[in-house]
Write a protein that binds this ligand. Structure first.
Ligand code: PMP
Length: 358
């Protein structure tokens, strides 16, 4: 017996954890730094850790089905109704819910290339087919309505990423509005704001309130430092009131994740420290790396290094794990996550040494 034909699906190649790389190198994990997955260099909010410390003894109970308190808190923050907030198992889970809610077999979606692989994976899981719009190095990967609309051909979902992974560029709100206005009524524009806290641009959630064809994705994995707990959400059009109850995976967001999420929302100081350090690191990398960099509004910087795989491998041997962007179709770029100040300085020194030796 075999599963259904999965040949059209994309194989997810997970980045390796620090322990695994340490084992390969015969070194201790604390000798290495991992700047490969755009995680929060300062870890989780201490308030979030405190909020879940005593929860282990309750994990025999199912989580609350609705997590109304967290949905209400997020709804208040974004000035939407709680029913519009679709809590999920990470931003990835929220992408799955949107595909599940939207796609009939054979429906098409439009994704950015290069771009975040999970849009394509999720669409294929839900029997969709995938078309791409190309972002070009020639204009520094600018994401304009013209670029998207010239590739658009009636797809059911159009994905935008702002800030974009792996380039760090944002989509201006006016461009998003034009894309939503000029695509068909039955096309949903999904704006992925996983890195929104790091950007100097307004959230597209305002547009969700003004229109019925825009949804926005946010996550606790980046600025809030809760990637391991898997908590994200989509803010969806108000007309979809009962859709979430019909498509969500029961209990997908755990009680511990939701408790931590609520506490993290109360820790502005942690988010501020994180964002300030990211801003410092972006400009430090930009100034100090002896290779071309792209302007980023995320917590990472895309750097043109020539042979990306070779440079990433050499950096690994210096104890610095970065993302080789070959899997994004950019075989001359690496993506370096903003670390703490000492981590970022160490990564830049190591990179300059590797580049000088080539
Ligand atoms: N969108 C983008 C652009 C991302 O880079 C990521 C994570 N790497 C996600 C969504 C999903 O993150 P998570 O599932 O951890 O919330």
């Amino acid at each position: 017996m075999q599963p259904r034909d999965l040949s059209a699906h994309v194989e997810y190649v997970a980045g390796r954890g620090i322990e695994e790389v340490a084992r390969e190198l015969g070194r201790e994990p604390d000798e290495l730094i991992k700047l490969a997955s755009n995680e929060n260099a300062f870890g989780p909010s201490p308030k979030a850790v405190e909020a879940i410390r005593d929860r282990a003894a309750s994990v025999h109970s199912y989580p609350k089905a609705s997590h109304a308190d967290l949905a209400e808190r997020l709804a208040e923050r974004w000035a939407v109704d709680p029913e519009q907030v679709w809590l999920a198992n990470g931003g990835d889970g929220a992408l799955d819910y949107l595909a599940r809610a939207m796609l009939e077999p054979g429906d098409e979606v439009l994704v950015p290339a290069p771009g975040f692989a999970y849009y394509e994976m999720s669409a294929r899981y839900h029997h969709g087919t995938v078309n791409e719009y190309q972002l070009s190095k020639d204009d520094e990967f600018a994401q304009t309505a013209d670029t998207v609309l010239s590739a658009y051909d009636g797809e059911r979902i159009v994905y935008l990423t702002s800030p974009h992974n792996p380039t760090g560029t944002v989509v201006a709100p006016a461009e998003i509005e034009r894309i939503a206005a000029e695509t068909d009524e039955e096309t949903l524009v999904v704006v992925d704001e996983a890195y929104g806290e790091f950007a100097d641009v307004d959230s597209a959630i305002e547009l969700v309130e003004q229109r019925d064809d825009v949804a926005v994705l946010r996550t606790f994995s980046k600025a809030y430092g809760l990637a391991g707990l898997r908590l994200g959400y989509a803010v969806t059009p108000s007309e979809w009131a009962d859709a979430y109850a019909r498509i969500n995976t029961p209990f997908a967001a755990s009680e511990i994740a939701c408790r931590a999420g609520l506490a993290a929302l109360d820790d502005d100081a942690h988010v501020e420290k994180t964002v300030e350090t990211v801003e410092w690191a972006r400009s430090y990398i930009d100034d100090a790396v002896e290779a071309p960099t792209y302007d980023s509004q995320g917590n990472f910087v895309l750097i043109e290094v020539g042979d990306a795989s070779g440079v990433a491998e050499a950096l690994k041997h210096k104890g610095v794990i970065v993302r080789d962007c070959t899997s994004f179709g950019l075989d001359d770029c690496i993506r370096v996550t903003c670390g703490t100040k000492p981590e970022t300085r160490r990564a830049v020194d190591a990179l300059n040494e590797v580049l000088a030796a080539r």
